[in-house]
Design a protein around this ligand. Structure first.
Ligand SMILES: Cc1ncc(COP(=O)(O)O)c(C=O)c1O
Length: 486
């Protein structure tokens, strides 16, 4: 039974009051309810610029909330089954980083799968913690990384009993879940915290028949992308914490990097979306699941494609998020990124991403049946028109990293820039990844192997958007100068 207050949205209500009050602004932002920037006002609308305001007495302050933001956070905590919730305006990146910075400091160990989003390893660059990577198994056919097997986590815990925390993707971008409950039990028996990256798992808290939601099964912290499956505005997110984590300390950590001018557009969108999901989430996600199941069976009926689901469940796939429409494309002779490009260029269909062997169409709260039919029809036509022999296509999505130094040591080390082909055997001081999904192929501190170079070259040639290095053309890579690491 939901607490009746879930039907309120304190930030939204305070902004509505504020709008009526016609307060005279001698504060920032300087556009003064849009009057100083008519072009922007025409573009975004008066409704929108009129609530783009700064912290003030009736609207509270994100850095030290005591009234309406605090209430919105309390309601969010209740809705997600957490002890505390923090409104985040720097994307889930800021939530993930605050989570890692709260759990570990310089020199501390963090156990994590290597197929994490860049924000996790970025946090290690910031705080100097040491990654203890678990190499997830790769599905041979799909080429995607699976979850962490419990036995792998047990081994890592045994070998590194001094680790401070275990980080888990719940789920991965592709929908794969590890045995979160088993990991939480193991971690807590060994005095470690469990941090869940739930950038792709907001709906787990509200839907039925979906994988477990981290805070509901005792995780210590979770970074939840409300703006992904939850329907709020881009960049808005929640950080959730459990009873073993000091909320005051977490707030201090958040304030190390958070803006002092939190956007009320973002905060009100979190408030309204939380209310919507608390009141209607079960029904919303029932429809999302239905749409995804429909599209999956239609795509599988085309032949050639493989839209995968719960049949993947095994020791390395504890559960699967059926709202994820992940489709393997290699059997029609096209890399995922090629299908992605054709859908965009020829059919005006924008999907979430394409990698070497798969595409992901994100199905959520805002989708319509007729758009799904358009996607299915486009995929059928692509199969008929572009199908070719798959010889020579690569599908390996995961390469075991060879870690030489910590991400922070590597990022701040003396470095030199070398033509990429001359970096074989050297240690990288920067990231290389395809974005999305943003899982590093190479992270600072890792050795550059032949496999890594081949992968980067192939992904770039297929048209993946490569990011990370100082040289945006990726002709050069920064490597450690210290010859001890050669
Ligand atoms: C697994 C994962 N974690 C964290 C993030 C960061 O989210 P945001 O883009 O909101 O900063 C992403 C983004 O795609 C992600 O895929």
């Amino acid at each position: 039974m939901l607490h009746p207050d879930q039907s309120s949205a304190p930030i939204y209500e305070a902004l509505e009051q504020f709008r009526k009050a016609r307060v005279v602004p001698f504060d920032v932002p300087g556009h003064k309810r849009g009057r100083g920037n008519p072009e922007l006002t025409r573009f975004l609308g008066e409704q929108c610029v009129g609530i783009d305001v700064n912290s003030m007495k009736p609207l509270d302050n994100l850095c030290h909330p005591i009234s309406v933001i605090r209430q919105a956070e309390e309601l969010a905590a209740e809705a997600f089954g957490a002890s505390n919730a923090f409104l985040m305006v720097g994307g889930t990146t800021s939530a993930v980083q605050s989570m890692v910075l709260s759990a570990c400091k310089s020199g501390d160990k963090l156990i994590l799968p290597r197929n994490v989003h860049r924000s996790v390893i970025n946090a290690l660059v910031l705080n100097g913690a040491q990654p203890v990577y678990i190499n997830p198994e790769t599905d041979d056919r799909l080429g995607i990384s699976l979850g962490m097997r419990l036995s792998q986590v047990e081994k890592a815990v045994e070998e590194h009993p001094d680790a401070k925390a275990i980080l888990v993707n719940n789920p991965t971008y592709y929908g794969i879940c590890s045995d979160l409950q088993g990991i939480i039990q193991l971690a807590h028996e060994n005095d470690m915290l469990v941090l869940a990256d739930e950038a792709h798992g907001t709906h787990f808290y509200f839907g039925e028949g979906l994988p477990v939601a981290a805070m509901r099964v005792g995780a210590d912290m979770a970074a939840v992308s409300m703006h992904k499956s939850g329907g709020s505005l881009s960049q808005s997110s929640f950080l959730l914490t459990g009873p073993n984590v000091s909320p005051g300390y977490v707030r201090q950590v958040i304030n190390l990097t958070q803006t002092t001018s939190g956007s009320y557009l973002l905060m009100s969108s979190l408030d309204i979306s939380r209310r919507n999901l608390a009141l209607r989430g079960k029904e919303v996600f029932r429809k999302v699941v239905e749409m995804a199941e429909y599209a999956r069976s239609e795509i599988n009926a085309i032949g050639g494609y493989y839209a995968y689901s719960r049949e993947l469940i095994s020791e390395s796939v504890h559960d699967f998020d059926v709202t994820k429409l992940s489709v393997h494309t290699l059997d029609i002779g096209l890399a995922g990124i090629e299908v992605y490009d054709i859908l965009r260029d020829e059919y005006d269909i924008q999907i979430e991403f394409g990698d070497l062997g798969n595409i992901l169409a994100y199905i959520s709260i805002g989708d319509r049946q007729r758009d799904l039919e358009r996607l299915v029809a486009a995929l059928a036509e692509i199969c008929r028109t572009y199908q070719r022999d798959k010889t020579g296509l690569m599908n390996q999505e995961y390469i075991d990293p060879q870690v030489a130094v910590t991400p922070q040591q590597a990022f701040y080390a003396e470095k030199e820039s070398l033509p990429i082909r001359e970096t074989l055997g050297r240690v990288s001081s920067e990231f290389v990844m395809c974005y999305p999904p943003g899982i590093p192929i190479l992270a600072p501190g890792e050795r550059i192997t032949r496999k890594v170079l081949d992968y980067i070259e192939y992904a770039a040639e297929k048209g993946c958007s490569m990011t990370g290095p100082e040289d945006p053309e990726l002709r050069h890579l920064n490597v450690l100068k210290d010859l001890d690491y050669i």
